[in-house]
Ligand binder design. Structure first.
Ligand code: URA
Length: 235
């Protein structure tokens, strides 16, 4: 099924469900429980298909994730921030978690840290459209606190499947959480950054998070050194 048809079917089913729920609230129980209304084709049941391994495209994954409530962050989010960019990107950048702006817009790295990330990409002669940007967590932790272990564990299969579908040539992790999560280590970012590591056979370069650079501009030089290594490998 094409992505467009998939979206249309999903939208039609969501609208149908909303109407049925409205009717139910008005007391039309018999319509809701009528057996003819039950069967929905497996491929377009968003809730039951939440297992990321079942999904074959990023857009399919994003739709399935729409109603995710696998961790408590779902209660406070405005939007899931799934990821953005080229589904066939050679380079994927993985951040930590959405902040306030990202939660409002549903797009990764659109706040102050994102503006700095754009500058770094520009200096690397890359655009957002060429790369793919996502986060360890798809929902905003309240007050931008650190991600918790249970939240990372709940979101992990989605990040893994995103990377499995994109199959980038290189990965850059931004900050401690993304590096530690993908490399399965507790080593500090200061020890990890600047050296090549591997995630599932894909070369991975950890570097400082742009939000850290906003607070510690002296970190910009080492980040640029890290990015030069990435550029060398990309070219
Ligand atoms: N910080 C992150 O790690 N990710 C975002 O999307 C925004 C800020």
């Amino acid at each position: 099924m094409s992505d467009e048809l998939y979206h249309k079917c999903h939208e039609a089913i969501s609208q149908g469900r909303a109407i049925l729920e409205d009717l139910q609230q008005w007391g039309f129980e018999s319509i809701i429980t009528s057996p003819q209304e039950e069967p929905v084709p497996m491929a377009i049941q968003p809730d039951s298909a939440l297992t990321p391994e079942n999904t074959n495209t990023l857009s399919e994954m994003e739709i399935n994730l729409k109603n995710c409530c696998l961790c408590p962050l779902s209660k406070q989010r405005k939007n899931i921030v799934f990821g953005a960019g080229n589904p066939q990107a050679r380079l994927v950048l993985v951040g930590e978690a959405p902040g306030r702006e990202e939660d409002q817009q549903g797009i990764p790295f659109v706040g102050e840290a994102g503006k700095l990330l754009d500058k770094i990409l520009l200096a690397m002669n890359l655009s957002r459209e060429e790369v793919y940007i996502c986060n360890v967590l798809k929902c905003r932790p309240p007050g931008n606190r650190d991600p918790q272990a249970d939240e990372i564990a709940a979101c992990e299969p989605f990040l893994k499947q995103q990377l499995a579908l994109i199959q980038p040539e290189l990965i850059i992790t931004l900050g401690r959480f993304a590096a530690q999560e993908l490399l399965k280590t507790t080593a500090p970012i200061s020890k990890l950054r600047g050296k090549w590591h591997e995630y599932e056979g894909i070369p991975l370069m950890p570097t400082f998070h742009p939000a850290y650079l906003l607070r510690n501009p002296s970190g910009k030089r080492p980040v640029w050194e890290d990015m030069k290594k990435v550029m060398q490998r990309l070219n």
